[in-house]
Design a protein around this ligand. Structure first.
Ligand SMILES: [Zn+2]
Length: 83
């Protein structure tokens, strides 16, 4: 399974899976499935890596006090263009 641009159903499923992982809502099975999936799905891998990098950055920069909303919006827009 991979989310090519021609397969919008697969792509949608990818996004939902990614979102679950990022939200911490995924089951161990879903984690395993997702890890296997990003081995072969570059868009998901990139989105995941980017999201994790941003989260790590926000954590260090803001020290848990929360990032400015406009910064978060800006980053989200950058993610959208990559997707
Ligand atoms: Zn994918």
């Amino acid at each position: 399974m991979s989310c090519s641009s021609e397969n919008s159903t697969g792509k949608q499923r990818c996004r939902e899976m990614l979102q679950k992982i990022l939200d911490g809502d995924a089951t161990p099975d879903e984690h395993r499935e997702f890890r296997q999936h990003i081995q072969q799905c570059l868009p998901c891998y990139n989105a995941y890596e980017l999201e994790m990098a941003i989260r790590a950055l926000l954590k260090t920069r803001c020290n848990g006090t929360g990032a400015p909303p406009e910064l978060i919006e800006k980053i989200k827009q950058q993610i959208q263009t990559l997707r």
